[in-house]
Design a protein around this ligand. Sequence first.
Ligand SMILES: [Zn+2]
Length: 296
Amino acid sequence: MSEHLLNAALDAAARGWHVFPLRPGTKRPALHGEATCPRTGPCADGHRKWEQRATTDPDRIRATWSHAPFNIGVATGPSGLVVVDLDMPKNNSSADTPCGVTTFTALCERTGHAVPDTYRTRTASGGTHLYFTAPPTVRLANTAGTIGELVDTRGWGGYVVAAGSTTPAGPYEALSSPVAAPLPEWLQTILKPAPARSVGPLRLPAVDGSRAALAALQAECAIVTTAPDKQRNTTLNRCAFKVGRFVAWGDLPRHVAEEAFQGAGEGRGLTAAECRATIRSALDSSIRKARPREAA
Ligand SMILES: [Zn+2]
C-alpha cells in the first residue's frame, strides 16, 4: 500500500487544502461523473462532483486511500487557492515557443514585479505550479492563456495534481516549503474577469499623424483584434512594438497609439491593466531601440 500517497494527501489537507482521489497513475478524477451517478451515498440528494466532494477530513482521506494508491487532486476553489500553471510546449510545437516559466518571468520583468516567492511544485511534464492563496473578495475561475502563452491558472472549477503523485511521465514534486503566499495584486488585476466590451471598428481620433503612421497603427490594431486566444498578449506586445518607431520619429502622438491599442487589446478580451502594462512596455522598448528614420 502506498503510504506516501496517503501521507501526502493528509499533509495537503492539514494545510486546509481540499483533496480528492485521482485514478492511480493518472491526472483524472477517480470519482464518478454525473452521467454515471448512482444517486446513492454522497450523491443521495443529487450528484456531487469532485469539487464538492474534496475534503480536509483525515478520516475520510484515510478511508479513501486505503482502497487504492490514488494520486492526489487538490480542488483549488474550495481550498482558497489560485495555482498558476507554467506549462511546457508540446513536443510538436515549434522549437522557439518559450515555456510558461520563461513567459511568466518575462511578464514579471516587463511589468516591474518580482517573480513571486511562494510554494512551487514540479509537474510530471517538467512544468511548474505556483500556489497562491486566493483573494477573499473576488471569485477567480480557471484561465487559459490570459496571463500568457502556456501560463494557465486554476481556481474555482479547477484542480491540480499535488506533490507526491506520479504518472508515467514522472513525479509531481515539491520545490519549496509548502507555504502559499497571497496572490499578488497585479496578478489579481490580470485574472479578474473583464467586463464585456463590444468589438467595434477602430476609430482613430482626428490627429495629424503621418499617413504611414496611421496606416501602420490601424493594421497592427487589426492584427491584435484577431489574435488567437493563447497569443493575445504576445500579439499586442509585438504589434505595439512595431508602431513605437512612429512615436519615436514624432509621426504619431504616443497617447493616440496607446488608446488605439488599449481598445484593440480589451476588445480581444485582455484586461485593461494587462493592456496598459503591455502597451507601455512595448512602446518604451520600441522607442528606446528605434533607429533614425533615414536608417530604417
Ligand atoms: Zn454522483
